[in-house]
Design a protein around this ligand. Sequence first.
Ligand code: TYD
Ligand code: MG
Length: 459
Amino acid sequence: MAKKSTRFVCQSCGAAYVRWAGKCDACGEWNTIVEEALPAADSPTATAGKGGRRIDFSSLKGAPEILFRLKSQIGEFDRVCGGGLVPASAILIGGDPGIGKSTILLQVVARLSQIVNREGRPVRCVYISGEESVDQVRLRALRLGVSDAAVELASATNVRDIVASLDAGPAPDVVVIDSIQTLYADTLDSAPGTVGQVRAAGHELIRLAKRMGFVLFLVGHVTKEGTLAGPRVLEHMVDSVLYFEGDRGHHFRLLRSVKNRFGATDEIGVFEMTDKGLAEVPNPSALFLAERRGNVSGSCVFAGVEGSRPVLVEIQALVAPAGAGTGRRSVVGWDGNRLNMILAVLEARCGVVLSNRDIFLNIAGGLKIGEPAADMAVAAAILSALFQKPVPADVVVFGEVGLSGEIRAVAQPDLRIKEAAKLGFARVMMPPRRTAKPKEAPIKATEIGHIKTLADLFQ
Ligand code: TYD
Ligand code: MG
């Protein structure tokens, strides 16, 4: 019997089947299964078992080679990459269309082209755009003031052409592919942007990057649901995954590392979108607190930590009588379920009535907070709005709230306190310490063990 040369792959989750079906059993989506050609015979999965080369095993002990890193000198960017770019690594940059992915990468390669690589030669940077023409990229470079940089541009979408061109010239040090969704491998029938195409193109380029030793940036657009559609399948193939986040209505942008084989994850870099591209924001707390007015009710400053970096943000709450029935709840920048939990804890443990109120919560500046450590600051903002009693302007708050109303310790209290002190705050409300107090406290700390204690401060 002739060997089957195609398979059926779900475009939503990547599950593979031998025959077509209307519904994917793995993710439950309908009409997402598409026929695709099987990987070529030279792919790693096709050669398993047959006459392989013997590999040498070694022990865990031994002096690891110190990683050489290319530093773009854009501090915020280098930190998110774990202190610089590691040669022969692949980095996926995801984000909404228009958030600034092409802009930051052009700025980064322009800077990189001015330094030297491990061999002491100028870093060779190649920027391949599948979305914009060479002229469009030039225009952007002009706007960013980097037209003089020795970056090599090309507009291409065929993976075979790209691989052949990179292979032919002197080995590049950094290659940007903008974006992976526009590429197509002519070995597959499916359209650019489908899971099969993204996987094939990604695999091909990543293999080339490992072989030739260059840093590969793959740009991937995110869908509205907030996941990397298509590029999702690349997440496990690449060495690092960075997300570029931000609110279109605000000027600042966050670069967040969610995976990094060569450094810490959850690290953030903060940038501001200006008319000359992205500018670094070395002190994000000052930016997020810039428009804060002291002594208004419903406002509380939360001392947060993003990755290794402390960030102070203002949490705003508004409590208003509801029209009829139960009140509305509306949240921007925080988890709605988490807000409902805090409201339930306040009602059950402190006896305040909130069900007949409309409640709005906003993280000022457009930042999105994922830390449970913001719980107590949210509770304080709501209590302050409800009783119309301001949280003193020199107070910062952090701590997680448990269902029985207890305030739980959170990671890195001293880092948070230090940042608050740096920005001129004089007092902190925090959970009871699990470990010994530091001898010299930079600001006055009030330990709060239960949410009732917090509520009593406002009533
Ligand atoms: P871009 O990098 O093209 O986004 P992506 O590649 O993620 O799709 O960013 C485009 C947006 O950034 C666009 O709305 C205009 C804005 N922008 C500036 O505000 N200043 C600038 O200097 C540049 C180059 C872009
Ligand atoms: Mg772009």
